[in-house]
Design a protein around this ligand. Structure first.
Ligand SMILES: Nc1ncnc2c1ncn2[C@@H]1O[C@H](COP(=O)(O)OP(=O)(O)OP(=O)(O)O)[C@@H](O)[C@H]1O
Length: 832
């Protein structure tokens, strides 16, 4: 449908029709191509036999004829070319031509007679008619093989081109068209025409507004069900992602959805209609309502799955007892070996870790977390008769698995234990599918003990994936600092695990790393108590405070960094941490300033590539912004640019940057540079899990909303040797004072419910094992739910929580899911 309209719009455009002689260039990342075309006819002022045509094309073939629509442009270097914004395979326009085409070499099973029959019956539009609806061939009596080949060949030849043309006409450029096509393939146009809002969920970089523009041109009314549902899904994801919550409530959800819709088109939306569509989404299982909470389906399931997997591990029949060993005695041996005395809490931690399937260890900096990890590993090996010499495990996997959420944290873990440690993604073999956090590896881990460090950074989806891979006999020790910022992704898993009070846990509070006269660690602990020391503004051996207003911050930091560089500090040693991107003291302002000190462009010989206002040079410190498990680089990792290849020298003829990270080196083409940014100054969130010799921390009252205790605490604990606080003392006071609000999650309740069998869990049964499930899952079921093999999502979620019309009726769940306190007046269209 849309294609026909599209072609019509081309009628007035300049055209070039001709045969592709040569494909000069094909972008490896998108559909951009440069073609040499032998001109058959054209409607432009052109007197040569050949012309260079550029544009984004699907599967262009040499020696085939196409019609290109676009305009003549003058390239600064290569002169005049035809820039096509649209094209189509040049289909025969006469009956005879069409018969010749259909009986030609492409259609080996179709002879002259059959071709004539087709054209006689279907006319000159035969190809479009067949592509639109292959059943038009039915009355012609072609045998099945002939018919199949005809449709298949026509589809291959026309399909991709039509899609790319369609996408271009919908206003998507080469890269975006490529991403969209890669996601939906031959269904691309169908998906878009049926529900343009699907793009928002599936394609990074397409927001509601963009999808809505498209929907409007496709004729979707402002109050169409598809639009309202699209807005609801977008608002739900925004509300949960931005705040890190796993659910929201009806009131903010409806308000945000209505705002999205009314901003995109100036049409008032009836709140009742939105409420109706929310119910429809619940019926389709895309959102889940539970009491007054509304969850994206994936997060709702993930919380239950975590609880169920923990229960599965807990229920393992094999007892963890060591009758031949006296644990107190063993701890004395450890003390001798490590030449230290564990305090009572530390001893308790080691014992609990040895005797329980799952154990949680939390503590601030310098309280002995690493010390206890080492104790646990050593004692575990001792009790199980294992060697800790990895060279003895050539053919068998090492039985103790150590992992952390980031490469940096994993590297530190490996250094402090002397054993191999990896990222959790690597351990699980997850191959990055950023757009679908629901996807995880199917691997089952091998080994007896798993220790995860920096647990506060692990989000709901990652933890669910991790637990899914843990076999029931494995012991799991989760270590972190509960007072640090929670994960970037949704949830506050470590905090909720601790709060559930059903998993053995120990909090280490005594600080041991004070002997070296560090004042940074005591400062961190004071902040954690909501206080600041009386000597905050007085220079100490390892920290200082420079008072200034927001507009002086840049110049103060400039002076500090210049001095630090003169004293021999290297780029990797100095880290500026700022809470926000914008503003006079924001990350965007500070980064180029520090870059110019640490890595200036002294002359034209120094290679530099630019994207927008950001310049990259060899030696620059850069931050990785997304998870790329396939390259073993993760969100928040810092690397250094080790190479720049200009387009003319690169194989693919695009600018490239090579970056060395801790555990790997990657090369990014220009189209992938959105994955990185300068890292001289980063956000505190991005610095989680990393430590730096010198941290410079600017805080001013302008940051208001951000001034929270866990933010200040996390920032301060990133400093290993030197901490320079810059800004307004009152901002530091406010931050230390303000407890951050907990995220809205229900993991704690899910765990309690599954472990205590309260609420909706009258029975724990072992569910039938689905294909994806490597091990049985303890599953809470409703009494009336039959025990049948169901797909994994349902299997792991308590069925009675999934809103279906029958369940709604049976359980008399309020159909207004969570809207009990909300009246339509809350959403009355605002006066414009
Ligand atoms: N019981 C103890 N007696 C003496 N020293 C101890 C004891 N426990 C820990 N320490 C020492 O305290 C210091 C800090 O311990 P450790 O590195 O284990 O803490 P941490 O909690 O892992 O710190 P961070 O989170 O900052 O890495 C180390 O030098 C360690 O040897």
């Amino acid at each position: 449908m849309a294609i026909v309209e599209i072609v019509k719009t081309n009628e007035t455009k300049p055209t070039v029709t001709g045969t592709v002689q040569n494909i000069f260039y094909e972008s490896p990342d998108n559909f951009f191509k440069i073609l040499l075309v032998k001109v058959a006819h054209q409607t432009i002022d052109w007197h040569e036999t050949e012309i260079v045509v550029t544009g984004s094309f699907g599967d262009i073939k040499e020696d085939e004829r196409y019609t290109f629509y676009g305009k003549v442009v003058t390239h600064p270097k290569y002169g005049k070319q035809f820039q096509a914004d649209n094209y189509q395979v040049d289909q025969p326009t006469t009956k005879a031509g069409l018969v010749a085409y259909l009986s030609g070499e492409k259609f080996t099973r179709i002879g002259q007679k059959t071709a004539e029959k087709i054209v006689d019956a279907l006319g000159i539009d035969a190809i479009d008619k067949i592509l639109d609806d292959p059943t038009v061939l039915a009355p012609l009596g072609l045998n099945a093989k002939k018919q199949a080949q005809l449709v298949e060949t026509l589809t291959i030849n026309n399909g991709m081109e039509q899609i790319i043309i369609g996408l271009n006409n919908y206003g998507f450029g080469s890269s975006m068209a490529y991403n969209i096509y890669q996601t939906y393939h031959e269904d691309t146009l169908k998906v878009i025409q049926e529900n343009p809002y699907q793009l928002v969920a599936d394609i990074a970089g397409i927001g509601f507004k963009r999808a809505d523009n498209l929907a409007e041109t496709l004729g979707f009314a402002a109050d169409s069900a598809v639009r309202v549902q699209g807005a609801l899904m977008q608002a739900l994801n925004e509300l949960t992602n931005q705040a890190g919550d796993t659910y929201t409530q009806a009131k903010p959800l409806l308000a945000a959805s209505i705002e999205l819709m009314e901003k995109a088109r100036n049409v008032a939306i009836d709140p009742n209609l939105v409420a109706e569509q929310l119910m429809a989404l619940a019926h389709d299982g895309k959102v889940v309502g539970d009491e007054n909470r509304i969850y994206p389906n994936g997060l709702f399931n993930a919380e239950w799955q975590i609880a169920n997997h923990l229960m599965r591990i807990e229920n393992e029949r094999d007892q963890l007892s060591y009758p031949k060993h006296d644990l107190d005695q063993e701890i004395r041996h450890l003390e001798k070996r490590f030449k230290m005395t564990y305090d009572d809490v530390q001893q308790e931690a080691i014992k609990l870790a040895m005797t329980h399937r799952t154990f949680l260890l939390t503590g601030g900096p310098g309280t002995g977390k690493t010390t206890i990890i080492n104790g646990i590993v050593t004692l575990y090996a001792e009790l199980n008769g294992l060697s800790l010499d990895i060279s003895e495990y050539k053919d068998t996997p090492f039985p103790i698995l150590l992992a952390a959420p980031t490469g940096r944290a994993a590297k530190r873990m490996s250094e402090t234990t002397g054993l191999p440690a990896s990222t959790i993604h690597r351990l699980l073999g997850i191959t990055g599918r950023e757009n679908n956090p629901d996807v995880s590896g199917n691997k089952e881990l091998e080994g007896g003990l798993l220790i995860i460090d920096e647990m506060s950074m692990v989000d709901t989806y990652l933890f669910r994936s991790l637990l899914r891979a843990v076999p029931s006999h494995m012991q799991v020790v989760l270590v972190g600092d509960k007072d640090q910022l929670p994960s970037v992704g949704a949830g506050q898993v470590f905090f909720d695990l601790l709060q559930s009070n059903v998993i053995p846990a120990v909090e280490l509070q005594r600080i041991y790393r004070q002997d070296d006269q560090s004042t940074i660690i005591p400062l961190a602990h004071e902040i954690n108590q909501g206080q600041l020391p009386a000597d905050l503004l007085k220079p100490q051996k390892d920290r200082s405070f420079i008072q200034c207003n927001p507009y002086q911050i840049e110049s103060v930091i400039e002076q500090i960094v210049t001095k630090a560089k003169a004293r021999g500090f290297e780029t990797k040693d100095i880290q500026v941490l700022a809470p926000m991107y914008k503003g006079a003291a924001g990350i965007d302002q500070l980064n180029p300033m520090i870059q110019n000190i640490m890595n200036p462009k002294l002359d034209d010989r120094k290679k530099q590539v630019s994207i927008g206002n950001v310049h990259y040079r060899i030696g620059d410190k850069v931050l990785h912004l997304v998870n790329s498990p396939e390259q073993n680089v993760f969100n928040g990792e810092i690397g250094q640019i080790t190479g720049i290849t200009y387009a003319k020298k690169s194989v693919d003829k695009v600018d490239e940057i090579t970056i060395a990270f801790d555990s790997t080196e990657v090369t990014y083409k220009r189209s992938e540079w959105h994955k990185i940014t300068l890292a001289y100054c980063t956000s505190i969130h991005k610095a989680q899990g990393s430590e730096f010799e010198m941290v410079i921390l600017p805080l001013v009252n302008q940051y208001q909303r951000m001034l929270k205790r866990n933010l200040l605490y996390t920032a301060v604990t990133r400093a290993k040797s030197l901490l320079i606080l810059v800004g307004e003392p009152s901002a530091f006071q406010k931050a230390a004072h303000e407890l951050s609000a907990n995220r809205q999650t229900t993991l704690k309740e899910r765990i309690k419910s599954v472990f205590t069998g309260e609420q909706l869990t009258p029975a724990i049964k072992t569910a039938s094992v689905g294909q994806n499930e490597a091990h049985p899952v303890a599953q809470p079921v409703s009494p009336s739910t039959p025990s049948v093999a169901v797909d994994e999502t349902i299997q792991e979620a308590p069925v009675s929580y999934v809103l279906t019309p029958t369940l709604l009726a049976r359980q008399s769940v309020d159909p207004m899911i969570g809207m009990t306190e909300v009246t339509p007046y809350d959403f009355m269209p605002k006066t414009k």
